[in-house]
Design a protein around this ligand. Structure first.
Ligand SMILES: [Zn+2]
Ligand SMILES: [Zn+2]
Length: 231
């Protein structure tokens, strides 16, 4: 519970409004992804929109990855508060930042918005424990802000209660995510954006893409709050 005087989530300075959760200085100093980056993996690149060597050689299953921050310590702290410390209200901060990155991409790079949004689902056990799906809250805000339909939660579900990816090897991760997702009803949209909090190795996204392509979706983009800058 926050006390009456709201405080900045990062430096604890008193702030005037409960939103946007950060003082002006901390807002300005967030690790925004300003450097030119590869359009498919968001890793630094000499020119915007250019594919990095890795993505040229082995293109990811998605086309564009849009994110607003790199996963630095400040960003990790905020996202951990959001996911693990019962601070679901932070979706308002993240959706504001992410919608700004998406609008910039539309204006500066002619990015075409998807026909529908879909959130990475949580397994029902994890959802029951946490009480909310952080990706779903974000997707709901973005759907409203950008006026894009949101695919119902029950249509895309997590069939496997997968272990945390961080402590696993690449092979284990890939095996772990195999058949992790399931589409329960037909999805008519052809171009969708998948929404998640952080993209690290991309294994979760790869598995989600496979399932959605099998369900008839033709183009997938990824929208996430943050991206780890080194794999
Ligand atoms: Zn601050
Ligand atoms: Zn790339």
């Amino acid at each position: 519970m926050k006390l009456l005087q709201p405080r900045c989530y990062l430096c604890d300075m008193p702030i005037d409004n409960q939103q946007p959760f950060l003082c002006l200085l901390c807002q300005q100093e967030l690790p925004y992804l300003a450097i030119p980056h590869c359009r498919s993996c968001a890793l630094p690149q000499r020119k915007h929109q250019q594919l990095c060597n890795e993505c040229q050689e082995l293109p990811p299953r998605w086309q564009h990855l849009i994110t607003c921050m790199s996963y630095t310590l400040e960003c990790q702290y905020l996202i951990k508060q959001y996911k693990f410390s019962q601070q679901p209200q932070l979706h308002l901060l993240f959706s504001q930042l992410l919608s700004r990155s998406i609008s910039n991409k539309v204006i500066q790079h002619n990015y075409s918005l998807p026909n529908a949004l879909i959130a990475i689902p949580l397994h029902k056990k994890r959802l029951a424990k946490r009480g909310y799906n952080q990706a779903q809250l974000l997707a709901q805000d973005l759907a409203k802000k950008l006026q894009i339909p949101l695919i119902a939660e029950k249509q895309f579900i997590r069939a496997k209660n997968t272990k945390a990816q961080a402590q696993q090897t690449a092979t284990e991760r890939s095996h772990n995510m195999h058949n992790a997702f399931h589409v329960s009803n037909a999805i008519t949209a052809k171009h969708v954006a998948i929404i998640d909090d952080v993209v690290t190795t991309g294994e979760t996204m790869k598995a989600a893409c496979e399932t959605l392509f099998t369900a008839g979706i033709e183009r997938i983009d990824i929208w996430c709050i943050a991206r780890t800058l080194a794999d």
